[in-house]
Design a protein. Sequence first.
Length: 290
Amino acid sequence: MVYFDGFMKVVMASKYGFCMGVKRALEIVEKAPKDSTVLHQIVHNPSVSLKIKKSGIQEVEDINQVKTEYVIFSAHGTSPDTRLKAESLKLKAIDATCPLVLKVHGIVKSYAMRGYEFIYIGHRGHPEPVGVMGEAPGKAYLIERVNEIYDLPFGKAQGKRIMNGEKVVVVTQTTLSVDDTKNIIEKIKKKFPKALIFNTICMETSERQKALANILDKVEMVIVVGGKNSSNSQRLAGLANKAGKKSFLVEGAQDLRKEWFDNVKVVGLTAGASTPEEETMKVKKWIESL
């Protein structure tokens, strides 16, 4: 889609905004009892969090902070330990975990029972890997960059429990990009030739990345609308940067700056998988007003 406004042209990616998992999670929150609390952000978007707060439902970061009858597990999932803690606190759990994230949980849980260890490619501190790795405590190793592969306790590792190279499973955070993980996976294959590699990157995430890639040769810069802590939104901005395009990740129109658009005639616009349509349209309208 291409919108014209004087000398400024806005080219929108064909796929952007809410994914299936986000829509499902928000529908669950909308139908949840008012006496509910969401553990973590239901999705990583500030406008969504604000809307939930206005409805009377709070978001907290620690299960011990939940003072309501119901606790809602976010779209990013949670660990088995947290689920058990919720039970011990006599909380009634409502699960809004994305089905694709639950699939990764299932893979790890199943292979952990068979004695496998895990390499998880993802971002430290993000709730998704925290939850997934909780399925195999002490047997899962998180890496973000290629050089961290060489720190894994394998071979001649000193003073560490040695990984069994015969039984290794590799999974990835669902919100990463194929480009982010390709080089890392190739290196893992060389170090662990018998590793079982599972492609657990979300298809909808990949589709949004492909849609942005398809317009990059038509634009001079890219605006990505999404939460600053949204992994998939960060990947979209990174994709534009890798293509040599100036890009900005904004949470809404309030973050835009006129000087960014000096001497720019064609702007690409997309949004992360947890970004409401209305926020994207506000950004589009702001750009068109220049």
